[in-house]
Design a protein around this ligand. Structure first.
Ligand code: ADP
Ligand code: 5GP
Length: 196
């Protein structure tokens, strides 16, 4: 079956937050969704194993690598990347459905994915969340206790490449004091959603 053609009402806005792993992107994204009921989370597809507490279709669509690759070949993704050994991608159907309904969408994707979304949708608002320093980033990742030493190392290895892309984003926000970072991001999102 082919996807329905994109008929945008022009009202739906796209907001993308990206950051090196451990910078606080998920924490900030959750708060944005709580504060902005008109903002919907864009559920990505992934091949990584489900974490405790995650919901299929809520946090991600969890696919086998074969199914993911099949969908790539069918052109189902706006963008996709291999990150830390797993595949992650933004489904065209998610974006089309939101835009058709005039809904705003919030994307939590990696830095390369964010830039791909901007190429496909130039009006998307791209926000880069920066850690205050590499030391703080590492401390936060260790304290989160979600990765073993090897996975943690892989996440840290990627950070210089990610930080180098930050100037390409529309906004950069340093997440030092969480409440301050949330207020800053909220103000950016609020102005973007108000735009005609
Ligand atoms: P990301 O989604 O970017 O990988 P998370 O939102 O999971 O990052 O944040 C990483 C860890 O750091 C979490 O345990 C989170 O509670 C914590 N954290 C986030 N922001 C701050 C902050 N400003 N100060 C201290 N800890 C933070
Ligand atoms: P996690 O495994 O911690 O949920 O996510 C790992 C990384 O993949 C994070 O940086 C997250 O933002 C990114 N990610 C999640 N979904 C997508 C997606 O659809 N596309 C891209 N490019 N990255 C994604």
């Amino acid at each position: 079956m082919t996807d329905a053609p994109l008929v945008s009402s022009g009202r739906g806005k796209l907001v993308v937050v990206a950051a090196p792993s451990g910078s606080g992107k998920t924490t900030i994204a959750r708060e944005l969704l709580r504060r902005n009921p008109s903002l919907r989370f864009s559920v990505s597809a992934t091949t990584r194993p489900m974490r405790r507490g995650e919901v299929d279709g809520g946090d991600y669509f969890f696919l086998t690598p074969e199914e993911f690759r099949r969908r790539v070949s069918l052109g189902h993704f706006v963008e996709w990347e291999e990150i830390y050994g797993n595949l992650y991608g933004t489904l065209q159907s998610e974006v089309d459905a939101a835009l058709r309904q005039g809904k705003h969408l919030l994307f939590d994707v990696d830095v390369k994915g964010a830039l791909s979304i901007k190429r496909a949708y130039p009006k998307a608002c791209l926000i880069f969340i920066r850690p205050p320093s590499m030391e703080v980033l590492e401390q936060r990742l260790r304290a989160r206790l979600t990765e073993d030493a090897e996975a943690l190392g892989r996440r840290l290895e990627r950070v210089p490449m990610e930080l180098a892309q930050a100037p390409l984003f529309d906004f950069q926000v340093v997440n030092d004091v969480l409440t301050k970072a949330i207020e800053e991001v909220q103000s950016i999102v609020h102005s973007h959603l108000q735009k005609s």
